[in-house]
Write a protein that binds this ligand. Structure first.
Ligand code: SAM
Ligand code: SF4
Length: 316
């Protein structure tokens, strides 16, 4: 459906857990999150009802995210339930891939369309420092398993941070040189854990173009501006949410792990979907779409996100 500014809302991001086996420094507190009772999380039936209601309002694509979606027990079954909802054309997942290898083929069989894998560095020690608990080898094994399971158009999500991993921009771009993968650089957004980080950590996506000047623009696709160069098997995407606000093209809504619809990632406004069914659920989702603000007001070092939540509760 169209929101009040004429934006066509066709994409739902569903956080299915706020838990994660990693604790990335910019995303989660070092001690992780307090254990939620199982009842606080939406059940698979409730998640499917939300997707069914959203589909009647024009949602066509769902992304299963987290926390770490693969940390939610039975997530393969959930993917099967969501991909069977009438009107849903695509069910995707964003994952750190460290637990992907054993379930990649099952996810594909359950109907998962595409995978986005988060990978901020290719150095094992740095991977451990950024994720606090993760192993690079596990994430790379997950990526390889995705390829073997037949997933196409896998994307890599990389958050570049000044003084942390921005020196690796060219090496990460090289993945797209060698493989038919889209490597997407996402600007760090000041929220939750990283809201108070120093200004220098928030590097513009432009740094990628400075480090790899041979990249030539191909145009945009959704929120990403795409680039490639002669001899590249894949392509590079820049998601410049902070330096080049793209809210006028926003096509998405989000549901948090505890069942609240967020009209905008960076606003504090939320609509509770918990306990709703039938018309009441559809009306609440419609109200959330109608409440979408025109744009966010982020400015690193000046104005952090208005959302009080960490990214692991929202899912990116
Ligand atoms: N655990 C999964 C993963 O890491 O892919 C899915 C959830 S994670 C919250 C989704 C994405 O949000 C990841 O690509 C992560 O790098 C990104 N992210 C987390 N905090 C962020 C922030 N402050 N700014 C920009 N991206 C962020
Ligand atoms: Fe976990 Fe993903 Fe957040 Fe890292 S970015 S702590 S992998 S939810």
């Amino acid at each position: 459906m169209l929101d009040t500014l004429g934006r066509n809302i066709s994409y739902l991001r569903l956080s299915v857990t706020d838990k994660c086996n990693c604790r990335c420094t910019y995303c989660m507190p070092p001690a992780g999150v307090p254990t939620r009772s199982h009842r606080d999380l939406l059940s698979f039936e409730e998640l499917t009802d939300i997707v069914r209601a959203a589909a009647t309002l024009g949602v066509r694509k769902v992304r299963v995210t987290g926390g770490e979606p693969l940390a939610r027990r039975g997530v393969v079954d959930l993917v099967g339930m969501l991909s069977g909802v009438p009107g849903i054309e695509e069910v995707d997942m964003t994952t750190n891939a460290t637990m992907l290898a054993p379930v990649a083929a099952d996810l594909r069989a359950a109907g998962l369309t595409r995978l986005n894998v988060s990978l901020d560095t290719l150095r094992p020690d740095r991977y451990r420092a950024i994720t606090r608990t993760g192993e690079l080898a596990d994430a790379l094994a997950g990526l390889a398993a995705a390829r073997e399971a037949g997933f196409e158009s896998t994307k890599i999500n990389c958050v570049l941070m000044g003084g942390v991993n921005d020196d690796e921009a060219a090496e990460l771009v090289d993945i797209a040189r060698r493989e038919p993968i889209e490597v997407r650089f996402i600007e760090l957004m000041p929220m939750g854990e990283c809201a108070s980080w120093p200004r220098e950590r928030f590097v513009s996506g432009d740094v990628v173009l400075e480090r790899v000047p041979e990249l030539v623009p191909l145009g945009s696709s959704g929120v990403a501006e795409l680039y490639s160069a002669p001899g590249f098997a894949g392509r590079v995407g820049l998601i410049r949410a902070v330096s080049h606000r793209f809210c006028s093209g926003c096509d998405r809504i989000r549901v948090t792990a505890d069942g609240r619809l967020k009209p905008c990632l960076h606003s504090a406004a939320e609509v509770s979907l918990r306990g709703l069914a039938g018309e009441a659920l559809t009306d609440a989702i419609r109200a959330g779409i109608e409440a979408k603000p025109a744009h966010h007001n982020l400015a690193p070092g000046v104005r952090p996100s208005d959302t009080p939540r960490d990214m692991n509760e929202i899912g990116g």
